[in-house]
Design a protein around this ligand. Structure first.
Ligand SMILES: C[S@@+](CC[C@H](N)C(=O)[O-])C[C@H]1O[C@@H](n2cnc3c(N)ncnc32)[C@H](O)[C@@H]1O
Length: 218
């Protein structure tokens, strides 16, 4: 990948480049929230795009970047090093990797939980031969005394419903199959940063990895 480039504003810095290179440069105990969307490594199981009669083929997520293997054990030392003792880690992942995240991280943190994003408008199962893929998993890790904004019992289910990104939120250039809705990200940040994020009062330090850029909000 190309050299790291940075865009700085008053509230945040966007670092563009290989996030694994940048990870090593982040100071110890400096991050309140790691929110990351690494490749799910599901393309290896795909049987290819689905041809539909009289319509364009259904994209079955065959992205090249998804074929690069992600090993949670490789990320553990740096994640542990940079996260503050009261910080939180949220990792989007999939059925095939959730056990690996658990294996690597569970014994290193007091709590390991999973959270589900339920998509209210998933791609239809045209041939009605299985469940719709309407859920995404997020692995969550923290230690005792972590920053936490527990609003109320109804709101704190490990489950959030929202549509997948649609226009105008959905970017068309570059188009990305895994773009996450801002509403979902706001929900996670407002719980796990211990404060309701406001643009002008953003002293939280968060990193968002594996999103073609790494965002560090200060
Ligand atoms: C599951 S997708 C997440 C996409 C993200 N939600 C977005 O809307 O941009 C994983 C992304 O990580 C990127 N990626 C993979 N390895 C990377 C690396 N070492 N550094 C930076 N990005 C990487 C891939 O190109 C892909 O865009």
């Amino acid at each position: 990948m190309h050299k790291l480039t940075k865009i700085k504003t008053r509230n945040y810095t966007v670092v563009n480049g290989d996030c694994l290179d940048y990870l090593g440069q982040i100071p110890d105990n400096s991050i309140d929230l790691i929110l990351t969307d690494p490749p799910y490594n599901i393309a290896q199981y795909s049987t290819g795009n689905i041809n539909l009669p009289g319509r364009s083929a259904l994209n079955n997520d065959l992205a090249e970047w998804d074929l690069i293997p992600i090993d949670p054990f490789d990320l553990l030392p740096d994640f542990k090093r940079i996260i503050k003792p009261d910080g939180n880690i949220f990792v989007f992942t999939s059925y095939n990797l959730i056990g690996k995240w658990h294996e690597a991280f569970d014994s290193e943190f007091d709590t390991f939980q999973f959270f589900i994003w339920h998509k209210t408008n998933p791609a239809p199962k045209i041939f009605k031969n299985g469940f719709l893929n309407s859920c995404e998993m997020i692995a969550c890790m923290w230690n005792k005394g972590h920053k936490w904004n527990f609003s109320d019992q109804r709101n704190m289910h490990n489950f959030f419903e929202s549509p997948i990104c649609m226009k105008p939120e959905r970017l068309s250039a570059p188009k990305h199959p895994s773009q996450k809705p801002v509403r979902l990200l706001e929900h996670i940040v407002s719980i796990a940063s211990g404060r309701i994020p406001k643009i002008d009062d953003c002293r939280m330090v968060a990193i968002v990895f594996f999103c073609n850029a790494c965002i560090v909000a200060v």
